[in-house]
Design a protein around this ligand. Structure first.
Ligand SMILES: Cc1cc2nc3c(=O)[nH]c(=O)nc-3n(C[C@H](O)[C@H](O)[C@H](O)COP(=O)(O)O)c2cc1C
Length: 194
């Protein structure tokens, strides 16, 4: 067998979301780790070889730029729904991370593949990011909060009208590990037809 099956299964089951409050604030991961994590992302399955992912990586001063951008956009777009606590979270949370990767779906020019499949391919890439992050001993999570679904956010992340911003992947060193998680028994979600 080419792979160590028990350790692979262990990785899948023990991968956890690790949130910014659990990070060692601002401690930086080596750029080579992030480079390999991104490389692994691009090996995700994708229909028609469109490779529809588009990432921007924020680190160092880039985290401040992201924090500034997303908090100000939230302020200007939220109108009556504005909440000071949310504004401050958008301003402060990025600074806790080592790196933040914006997750974009770039629509293929030919449009032969349904949009949902290009979004699904990017989600597969994000799972590669999740697993790779765990293997490097880092924590992280995918967030779809903040400015994710604001049309005006797209251009900051290198996306155009027909593309979609799918959120952000925060990466940091783990100060406070996540609790063990659980899942429903798989048989509740599976029908076997024999
Ligand atoms: C598409 C997607 C969007 C998510 N968005 C958020 C989010 O906005 N905020 C958040 O706290 N967690 C978010 N998460 C992470 C989930 O909270 C997390 O996966 C879930 O709690 C299960 O925990 P686990 O990843 O440790 O198994 C998101 C996960 C996915 C797959």
């Amino acid at each position: 067998m080419q792979y160590d099956i028990p350790s692979f299964n262990h990785l899948i089951k023990n991968r956890r979301s690790v949130f910014p409050d659990q990070f060692e604030p601002g401690k930086q991961a080596p750029a080579e780790f992030i480079q390999q994590i991104l490389e692994n992302a691009t090996w995700a399955p994708n229909h028609g070889h469109t490779e529809p992912w588009h990432f921007s990586v924020f680190t160092g001063n880039g985290l401040k730029k992201l924090a500034q951008f997303q908090s100000e956009l939230y302020k200007s777009e939220s109108g009556d729904t504005f909440k000071e606590a949310k504004y401050l979270k958008l301003l402060r949370n990025p600074l806790l991370a080592s790196h933040i990767i914006s997750i974009g779906m770039k629509r293929s020019a030919e449009r032969k593949i349904p949009e949902i499949e290009e979004i699904a391919a990017v989600a597969c890439a994000v799972q590669n990011i999740y697993l790779s992050t765990s293997v490097y001993g880092l924590g992280g999570y995918w967030t779809t909060g903040g400015v994710t679904y604001m049309e005006k956010a797209k251009s900051f992340f290198g996306l155009e009208k027909e593309d979609k911003l799918l959120g952000f992947f925060y990466i940091g060193y783990i100060a406070i590990p996540s609790q063990a998680a659980s899942r429903k028994p798989v048989h509740e979600k599976v029908a076997w037809i024999e």
